[in-house]
Design a protein around this ligand. Structure first.
Ligand code: SUG
Length: 446
């Protein structure tokens, strides 16, 4: 059966800021406190989406979430009108307001783990929204993400949107950022690679948190109805996590038969590659493009985000294209590596650099911003049309963002109730543009 990969990008929300919220994410820590530009951020995202859509790729989007997230502040004991809640919380617990205000749902690679219909027992596309429980600011995403996915993939005869896994550390789950699918053809059966940092109950001595457990991966694989012999569970190396690879997609990306990864990505490198080969047996021969530490030190891989790129089958090109962040071009070792790689005759034939700096400063590259969903033509036709990018939607959203988004936002301004009012106006207008319905956001339900 023919199928094609679609990319659903998280539309960057009006409160995009640098809160310094993510332990183990070096960019987030380094840039905490900087002044952001929510408007520039959303426009960078829209430009990337348009670039892919213009090339003939299937491009979709997922709406931003409501921020500040008042239910969190109310649950923490703040009461009164919404403005009073924000004001009181800002006085007594400004850190909590910052966490309730992050635009982190933009990183759609963490929205869910997705299994295409060719891999699942019931022949539907399965989605498990990530619970993101390791960080408080992201732990509030799962339910709204489930709503977004149920909006975009509403046809339950073709799509199955699960509940997030239980909110307990044994089931820590960060979604597709720790998942790679390899296949001979997108529409054929594939090998699903799940990467975890720790096991449930294991004592963890790492410098930074391991955000994904083996048990979460296994639960997702089981509930998606995957064939156990086509699943691979790999342990991420502690060295990678300690160096700042808080998700596997900071050191690894794969498309079709190609796995592009850093030498230090996996704990047992040899065993990992052997396990992938075994799972692919009878389907395809995996092509491993391993980047040696001697050529690109892991520190450079992480600052440049070389691997946090979109590895795409580009219409009209016979080799894969790597859509990498500008920072990869600006880092000497990764620029050199890319130049040599495309000059060779390996599976990656072109590298294109895109500007997603607003997101990059929080540790989110081109690959973080998108959720990959492999769809047959029938499944694609069943996607809610407003979730798919068109020229008209791009133009409409550009005007919308220019009207509703601030050009500058400092983390010191997050306690301003006017920001909440502006953000809600933006989301109300977006609700109209995308036809999200009368009760998509919590503030619309009261
Ligand atoms: O979870 N940053 C995100 C970046 C997510 C990147 N996604 C993937 N690798 N797929 C995170 O650490 C920082 C927010 C702040 O500090 O304001 C943040 O949440």
């Amino acid at each position: 059966m023919f199928a094609q990969e679609a990319n659903f990008d998280g539309l960057i929300g009006p409160t995009h800021n640098y809160g310094g919220l993510s332990d183990g994410n070096l960019a987030s820590a380094r840039n905490g406190g900087l002044v952001s530009s929510p408007r520039q951020g959303v426009l960078e995202g829209l430009t990337k989406m348009k670039r892919l859509a213009d090339a003939g790729l299937v491009q979709g989007l997922l709406p931003p979430h409501e921020r500040p997230f008042l239910p969190l502040l109310r649950r923490a004991g703040f009461s009164g009108s919404d403005a009073q809640v924000v004001e009181a919380a800002w006085k007594q617990a400004p850190g909590l307001v910052r966490k309730a205000s992050s635009a982190s749902p933009m990183w759609a690679a963490n929205a869910a783990t997705v299994s295409p219909s060719a891999d699942t027992a019931d022949g539907r596309v399965h989605f498990t929204p990530a619970n993101l429980l390791t960080t408080l600011h992201r732990s509030i995403e799962g339910r709204q993400t489930q709503r977004s996915l149920s909006w975009a993939f509403a046809d339950t005869s073709r799509f199955s949107v699960h509940d997030p896994l239980p909110m307990q550390a044994d089931f820590a789950d960060e979604g597709a950022a720790n998942h790679v699918r390899l296949c001979a053809e997108q529409g054929g059966e594939g090998v699903e690679i799940f990467v975890y940092g720790r096991s449930a109950g294991e004592s963890w001595a790492g410098a930074f948190p391991a955000r994904q457990t083996l048990e979460a991966c296994q639960a997702v694989a089981r509930s998606h109805g995957l064939d156990p012999k086509r699943c691979v569970f790999l342990r991420q190396s502690q060295a990678a996590i300690d160096a700042g690879a808080f998700h596997n997609d900071v050191v690894c990306v794969g498309t079709r038969t190609t796995l592009f990864f850093h030498e230090l990505a996996f704990e047992d490198r040899h065993g990992a590659l052997e396990a992938i080969r075994r799972a692919a047996n009878g389907l395809f021969e995996p092509v491993f493009v391993e980047v040696p530490e001697a050529e690109v030190p892991i520190g450079d891989a992480i600052t440049s985000y070389l691997f946090n790129s979109q590895l795409l089958e580009w219409p009209g090109e016979d080799r894969l294209a790597l859509i990498a962040p500008k920072e990869t071009e600006e880092t000497e070792t990764t620029r050199g590596y890319c130049a040599a790689m495309v000059a060779g005759n390996g599976p990656i034939g072109r590298v294109e650099f895109v500007d997603v700096r607003q997101s990059m400063r929080n540790g989110g590259g081109p690959a973080c911003l998108r959720l990959r969903v492999v769809l047959t033509p029938e499944e694609r036709a069943a996607v809610t049309p407003a979730a798919l990018m068109t020229d008209a939607l791009h133009d409409q959203l550009t005007v919308w963002a220019s009207k509703h988004y601030r050009d500058r936002l400092s983390p010191d301004e997050l306690g301003d109730p006017a920001l909440m009012v502006e953000s809600r106006a933006a989301l109300d207008a977006l609700t109209q543009i995308l036809g999200l319905g009368p009760d998509f956001y919590p503030f619309q339900r009261v």
